[in-house]
Each structure stands twice: as C-alpha cells, then as structure tokens.
Design a protein around this ligand. Structure first.
Ligand SMILES: CC(C)(COP(=O)(O)OP(=O)(O)OC[C@H]1O[C@@H](n2cnc3c(N)ncnc32)[C@H](O)[C@@H]1OP(=O)(O)O)[C@@H](O)C(=O)NCCC(=O)NCCS
Length: 152
C-alpha cells in the first residue's frame, strides 16, 4: 500500500463526513450538524486558519482512508503562528500501515512551508494505540491539560 496525502477538496464532502462520523463514534461523541457544516465551510475559506488533508491508497485514489485537521493560531511565545493538530483518523481496515504517520508528516510539511516552529496536539491518556505512533513522530511534553468545567 502506497499512501498519498493531499489537501481536502469540496468533492470529498461525503467521504470525509463518513470518516468524521466514524471518528465521533470512536470518541463516543456527537456533534450538532451546524458545527460539522461550519467546520467544512472553514476548510475552504481563505480567511479561516482551519485546514484538513486526506489520505488515499494510490491503488484506489477515489477512496479516502483517513484525514487530519489542523489549526494555525497565534502564540505569545513565537513570532509566527503555531499549529494545533486537531483531529486524526484512519479507517480501521487499513490501520498500522503508515497512514497516520504520513498524515502527521504532511502537517509537519505545512509547518515548514509556513515557517511554523511548533506543531502540537493532545491525546487521551488511555489512547495507547495513538501513542504508539506519537512516540515515533513526536516528543511527549510535560504539560497536563485542564479546561473550564461545564456551566451548570
Ligand atoms: C491513531 C491512528 C490515527 C493511527 O493511524 P495508523 O495509520 O494506524 O498509524 P500508523 O500505521 O502510521 O502507525 C505507525 C506507527 O505506530 C506503530 N504501530 C502501529 N500499529 C502498531 C501495533 N499494533 N503495535 C505496535 N506498534 C504499532 C508502528 O511502530 C508505526 O511506526 P513506524 O511508522 O515507525 O513503523 C489510528 O489508529 C486511528 O485512527 N485511531 C482512532 C482515532 C484516534 O485515536 N485518533 C487519534 C486521536 S488523538
């Protein structure tokens, strides 16, 4: 299997949506259609810092097998923006064949192109499968993340 990564295109909508739906199932999460639609629009809006790329096997270029989304944002610690790698998903049928790695490396390539010094992301502490990949392509930092509690 030879995997290629390319920026997402408008014609990818139905396949991307199916992959994202599977990603939400993985997280046992649901998102309102309004948010999914807004994110889709942002991918194609030059004024928005939200991007996505998709993966396919060169033997079946019409079938998408994974995606990554990432966001450029300001940092008080960098002159240029930094990149937050937001979502990463590979079709369960083709996992452990290097697609996840290639999707992350694609984001690294975008970072280099835009002279972005930092690419970072989070994963759940119990997502050991993802961490098998992350320890190969990244270095674990020593931050713990917190968030505001849900409003009552
Ligand atoms: C995490 C995920 C994206 C990884 O995608 P993938 O295509 O299977 O990952 P890769 O094949 O590129 O993984 C590559 C590395 O992980 C390691 N790896 C993969 N499967 C492994 C296994 N079963 N046992 C040990 N190591 C393994 C390999 O050593 C490999 O390293 P290499 O590139 O040096 O050979 C995929 O499992 C997924 O979509 N999971 C569900 C969603 C998710 O967890 N997303 C991330 C949220 S933070």
């Amino acid at each position: 299997m030879t995997v290629t990564i390319r920026p997402i295109e408008q014609s990818d909508k139905s396949q991307y949506s199916s992959l994202f739906a599977a990603y939400l199932v993985f997280y046992k999460a649901q998102l309102p259609e309004k948010i999914l639609e807004k994110t889709w629009e942002r991918f194609f809006d030059d004024k928005e810092p939200v991007y996505a790329a998709v993966a396919f096997d060169d033997e079946s270029p019409e079938k998408l097998i994974g995606f990554v989304t990432y966001v450029f944002h300001r940092s008080t610690w960098q002159y240029n923006d930094v990149i937050y790698l937001h979502d990463l998903f590979v079709d369960p049928e083709v996992r452990s064949r290097g697609t996840g790695r290639k999707l992350i490396e694609y984001v690294y390539g975008e970072a280099d192109k835009h002279e972005v010094a930092k690419v970072y992301w989070h994963t759940q502490i119990f997502n050991h499968r993802a961490q098998l990949l992350y320890t190969k392509v990244g270095v674990r930092d020593d931050f713990v993340s917190y968030q505001r509690p849900a409003k009552k």
